[in-house]
Design a protein around this ligand. Structure first.
Ligand code: EAX
Length: 361
């Protein structure tokens, strides 16, 4: 199955992708940000209020990259960025650093991608969820049960298929510095324990703004309700949704478990996240600065993946101690409920039929 899925992925990454948000990128207003950056050099720095959550790099650094994420300061994304912050300061001999803005301080994932593409924000670390709205081929990574293990995912993401996808971010004025880890996505809700797909029937589940995820949850019988991550608590409080789906690391670090009674370990999707820098800002760096940046990013990726892999055990214990019912499910039952043909056609993916037939055989 995995071999066939890789064939599909190869096919998908060859299929000409329709860039949903085409259009020329305005000349970056922030391109001078790569120069010794006075704090307010580019517009977004002036607008961005630092809050208690902001994790500023060394004061003495003269080249500063604002990096935004929707995730919590205690979570696995920010832990990886803190590691990169210190590696970057070391490898640039104190010249460069990251200023880390967690908790959607710089906007939701789609906004941040647009701002990085326009050069008004230097960097972001975002899940692949919203990316297919900009680069259609990324949707291939969001198919359910694509990877058995995280290691299988790393092999594809760090290999030709993943690097080809990162290269396509260039159409959006973005340099993809690498795939980090969000993790296998599990589903939480307040209505009842979810053991089989039938238990999702009629539940309103918040998904990312991602057509493959939406089509998958609809196919499983839920009502998919796409929205940005920053809106989740209001939506749960107002009953707009009954539940949401995310890796345990997000569910625990964002404290979503405090307002959800049930969590089912369905591991429906493997969710990477992508570290991005604005092309115009990257191009303004010297070769030495680029080397320091990519070395720090690569080493932080390995650290962050390891941190993510070790996160669940304690996180699940925290959730159960808070009264959450954490349910292991029979994943074969869930896999047999997945019809790739149905999901791919409903999600509007442009898929080569021969490859699809190969997959479904
Ligand atoms: O990237 O929106 C989501 O559910 C993502 O997993 C979250 O923003 C971290």
């Amino acid at each position: 199955m995995k071999r066939k899925l890789t064939a599909v992925l190869l096919g998908l990454s060859l299929v000409a992708s329709l860039t949903a948000c085409g259009g020329a990128k305005e000349e970056s207003a922030g391109s001078q940000a790569a120069a010794p950056a006075a704090p307010a050099a580019d517009s977004s720095a002036a607008e961005t209020e630092e809050s208690a959550d902001t994790l500023m790099g060394a004061d003495s650094a003269t080249v500063r990259f604002k990096v935004g994420t929707t995730t919590a300061p205690e979570g696995h994304y920010v832990k990886g960025l803190i590691e990169m912050q210190s590696l970057l300061e070391e490898y640039s001999e104190g010249e460069m650093t990251l200023d880390i803005y967690p908790n959607s301080q710089l906007g939701n994932e789609r906004d941040m991608m647009e701002n990085v593409g326009m050069g008004v924000q230097e960097m972001c670390l975002v899940s692949t969820g919203p990316i297919p709205n900009f680069v259609a081929d990324f949707a291939a990574l969001d198919l359910p049960y694509l990877f058995e293990t995280a290691e299988d995912a790393y092999a594809v993401l760090d290999g030709e298929i993943g690097q080809n996808l990162l290269g396509q971010l260039g159409t959006q004025g973005i340099v993809g510095l690498g795939f980090w880890e969000n993790g296998f996505r599990d589903v939480t809700n307040n209505t009842k324990e979810v053991v089989t797909p039938e238990d999702l029937s009629g539940m309103k589940i918040r998904t990312m703004e991602n057509n493959v995820h939406i089509a998958t949850y609809e196919a499983l019988g839920a009502t998919a309700t796409p929205m940005a991550w920053g809106e989740i608590f209001t939506a749960l409080q107002q009953g707009t949704v009954d539940g949401q789906e995310n890796p345990i690391a997000i569910i625990e670090s964002a404290k979503v478990y405090e307002v959800q009674k049930y969590c089912s370990m369905i591991d429906l999707f493997y969710s990477p996240c992508v570290l991005m820098i604005s092309q115009s800002i990257y191009d303004g760096l010297s070769d030495t600065q680029k080397d320091a940046l990519t070395k720090a990013a690569n080493e932080a990726k390995t650290y962050q993946r390891e941190y993510s892999q070790n996160y669940n055990a304690d996180a699940i214990k925290t959730m159960e101690e808070a009264g959450v019912t954490v349910t292991e499910v029979d994943k074969e039952v869930w896999k047999s409920a997945i019809n790739y043909d149905d999901i791919i056609s409903k999600s509007g993916l442009k898929v080569d039929q021969a490859l699809l037939d190969e997959l479904l055989k």
